[in-house]
Design a protein around this ligand. Structure first.
Ligand code: ATP
Ligand code: MG
Length: 453
């Protein structure tokens, strides 16, 4: 599946044929050239994924071939084969745009791993490009989910692959990680995109009303049901129903949802007519549903039904590469929305935002940036525009003399108290925070600040 078109450029016949045979056996398509000029002719004619070039070949050297090849096809990957120990060659190769280098004698296991990695990366890029194309054709901006991390790229590609099917998808992740965005992305990539996506937040609707909200009710079904009402399943007919916080469903509603997933049928509350709806179910939760199943408060059969595909959206702290992209995105967005021309942020502010842990994930980052844009006095966000407690300390920190001494004394007292109560609580942070009258987040911040633990 991951086979590549590879061109081997090597003048020593034995070496060339050995590599060619080996890579062909691994499932790749191979072309061979003795000299750089010959390789470039091949490149001009066909499309290749990877060039495997011996650095020392007659005529043009490997790096020159690489440069010229990149000019012909900027997407091509190249690996330079160098004699053992010539680090300068390796550096020059990387500078010229080689994906990697490998030393002679070529270790075939190492070569296999290296090529697998290149193939994997090319696949990822290709999938992403195709998806972008598709999104564009559907008029959806693929930029709604800002990302740079590999984890997110993989998830977006997965969304693209599963979108066309009817498979249920359970989207998991901490609060504010973007679960709802993914649900919308899957819907907008699906053949149902021109039909509605209906969202029900199962945690926001009182348990007693949820059943009728989802399935509708007949007139007189219960006190207050003065009229017949269409439920969300009927509204979503032909489209997608997104059940947010699905862990909150009561047992009776779980049973009804299960029946729908098995038979595509349901009844309105207080009704005896069996209705059908063509609805794709997506759901999200931040709960440990496996635990809920074990405890007996979530049906195991339903768990498997809603969970044909699982998507785990990682918390922001596990994909820190996304933070700078998100900071810039929200800065621009809130500048536009507030009609406030923003140039950026101070170095200290940026450093702090890049280091912060974001327990509330992207939503917290979004809120921080919105507030910062709104409160900032000028066109540059500074430390004092950020809602972090250290801002005050640092502001006072500028003052010399008594203020500084007092602060030092207070800080050393604070440090000692925190250390003592952490020890007393057996390093249980929640317990220590309670004892100190601090929020856990504040405690975490102070632990970091004082380098405790
Ligand atoms: N990668 C991203 N790019 C741009 N905006 C994002 C991204 N991820 C999340 N957001 C924004 O962050 C906020 C939270 O996202 P979303 O509501 O999808 O998260 P959630 O996981 O459903 O949160 P909750 O668990 O609290 O319901 C939204 O305003 C969303 O637009
Ligand atoms: Mg949500």
């Amino acid at each position: 599946m991951n086979s590549l078109d590879i061109c081997i450029v090597e003048d020593e016949r034995f070496q060339r044929e050995m590599l060619g045979d080996f890579l062909a056996k691994e499932g790749h398509r191979i072309a061979e050239a003795e000299r750089g000029e010959e390789a470039l002719e091949l490149l001009a004619q066909g499309s290749f994924d990877l060039l495997l070039i011996d650095y020392r070949i007659p005529g043009m050297n490997g790096i020159e071939v690489l440069r010229e090849a990149k000019r012909l096809n900027p997407e091509i990957d190249a690996v330079i084969i160098t004699a053992y120990g010539t680090i300068e060659t390796a550096v020059a190769a990387m500078k010229a745009g080689a994906a990697d280098y490998i030393t002679k004698p070529v270790d075939l296991d190492e070569l296999t791993i290296l090529i697998a990695r290149i193939a994997d990366r090319r696949r990822l890029i290709r999938e992403n490009q195709m998806l972008r194309h598709e999104l564009k054709a559907k008029g959806v901006s693929s930029d709604t989910i800002r990302h740079r991390s590999r984890k997110m790229t993989e998830l977006i590609n997965l969304a693209g692959r599963i979108a066309p099917s009817l498979a249920t998808v359970l989207i998991r992740g901490e609060t504010g990680t973007g679960k709802e965005l993914f649900a919308r992305l899957i819907h907008s990539l699906s053949p149902r995109a021109d039909r509605p996506i209906i969202t029900v937040n199962c945690a926001a609707i009182p348990e007693t009303l949820l059943e009728s909200e989802l399935f509708g009710h007949e007139k007189g079904a219960f006190t207050g049901a003065v009229q017949r009402r269409i439920g969300k399943f009927e509204q979503a007919d032909g489209g997608t129903l997104f059940l947010d916080e699905i862990g909150e469903l009561s047992m009776p509603v779980q049973a009804k949802l299960l029946r729908f997933l098995q038979e595509r049928e349901f009844q309105r509350v207080g009704g005896d007519r069996t209705l059908k709806a063509d609805v794709r179910i997506l759901s999200a939760t931040h709960q440990d549903l496996e635990l809920r199943v074990k405890e007996g408060s979530f049906r195991e059969d339903l768990f498997y039904r809603i969970n044909v595909v699982t998507m785990h959206i990682p918390p922001l702290r596990e994909r820190r590469e996304d933070i700078p992209v998100l900071l810039d995105h929200f800065l621009q967005r809130f500048a536009r929305e507030n009609r406030k021309p923003m140039e950026g942020m101070s170095r200290e502010a940026r450093d702090l935002l890049l280091k912060y842990d974001y327990p509330g994930n992207v939503r917290e980052l979004e809120n921080i940036m919105e507030r910062a844009v709104v409160v900032s006095r000028g066109s540059v966000i500074s430390l004092e525009d950020l809602p972090f407690p250290q801002v005050e300390c640092e502001e006072q920190g500028g003052a010399e003399g008594e203020g500084g001494l007092l602060r030092e004394a207070l800080e050393s007292l604070e440090r000692r108290m925190i250390r003592d109560s952490l020890e007393a609580a057996g390093y249980n942070q929640s317990q220590a925070a309670r004892q100190l009258g601090l929020s856990e987040r504040m405690l975490r911040y102070k632990i970091k600040k004082y380098g405790l633990k």
